[in-house]
Design a protein around this ligand. Structure first.
Ligand code: PAF
Length: 275
């Protein structure tokens, strides 16, 4: 992969990169399309990264369908598909991990303490293999994007991070490979995440500025669904990712939800600019 990327660079071709764990959906496809618009060559990687799953998480059962992924990528005209083996990425006696400190410990980090260490490590490895000029991420994993931006800045990686809007099903459910785990009833229960975000938007539009009040109404909405179990509902500043008490006119905030529906853990968010 590295040899190929060096060759492409020698030919003055810009490389767009879409890192994925496969089981691709419209959200991933939107990233590939953005990459094709912005770069001369697009590389997609598929690698279910064991280092970002805790032992009690779903690494083994994470959905995989390589044939479907390959067909989809061929249809939209992806230039290169990079599918390394776990044993190639983490060779015997592998010892090096990348940790992005403060921002990895909050929110997702409170519930998945080693997750971002695994993400930062695999992306460092993939960046060194693919040598991308641009790397495309979905905004659904808002904190992942923030962690990676921090890593890029701190470790002086040269790729530019481009975050792309969340792609939703017609009824509002954010696309995710993990949606496949939901039963029919849970699939409809899962809409409560989007409903709670819409409620937050409405409250802000109506003039509510106190984070506690907005959050408690979002929590009530989510708790009205029996199969839900909230990990967190938070409002953070878009740039610093720090929690806020009240919303200030002209500023932008992430409204973030992490919640289990049955056994499936889902995350969703919206950015709201306060007028
Ligand atoms: O968002 C994902 O699918 C993964 O965290 C990523 C960025 C491919 C790293 O394994």
């Amino acid at each position: 992969m590295q040899r190929l990327s060096r060759k492409l660079k020698a030919e003055n071709k810009s490389i767009g990169f879409v890192p994925t764990m496969g089981f691709l959906h419209e959200g991933h496809i939107s990233l590939v399309k953005k990459s094709k618009q912005k770069s001369n060559v697009t590389v997609v990687s598929i690698f279910v990264n064991p280092a970002q799953f805790a032992p009690n998480e779903d690494f083994k059962k994470y959905p995989r369908d390589l044939r479907h992924d390959k067909n989809l990528l061929k249809t939209i005209g992806t230039d290169y598909l990079f599918i390394p083996e776990v044993s190639e990425v983490y060779q015997t006696n592998y010892q090096t991990f990348v940790e992005v400190d403060e921002i990895s410990r909050i929110l997702e980090g409170e519930f998945r303490p080693f997750h971002f260490k695994g993400v930062a490590t695999i992306l460092s490895i993939l960046f060194n293999c693919v040598l991308p000029d641009y790397t495309f991420f979905g905004q659904k994993d808002a904190q992942q994007v923030a962690v990676i931006r921090q890593m890029i800045k701190d470790l002086k990686f040269t790729t530019e991070i481009i975050a792309c809007p969340i792609v939703r099903e017609k009824d509002g459910l954010a696309m995710s490979s993990r949606n496949i785990y939901l039963s029919i009833n849970e699939r409809s229960d899962a809409l409560v995440l989007f409903k709670a975000l819409k409620l937050a938007e409405k409250l802000v539009m109506e003039g509510e500025r106190l984070a506690d009040i907005i959050i408690s109404k979002m929590i009530n909405e989510i708790n009205s669904i029996d199969s839900s179990k909230i990990d967190y509902v938070r409002i953070v500043d878009v740039d610093k990712f720090s929690q806020v008490d009240s919303l200030i006119s002209g500023s932008r905030y992430y409204f973030l939800i992490a919640c289990k529906i049955g056994n499936t853990r889902l995350i969703d968010n919206v950015i709201i600019k306060v007028s």
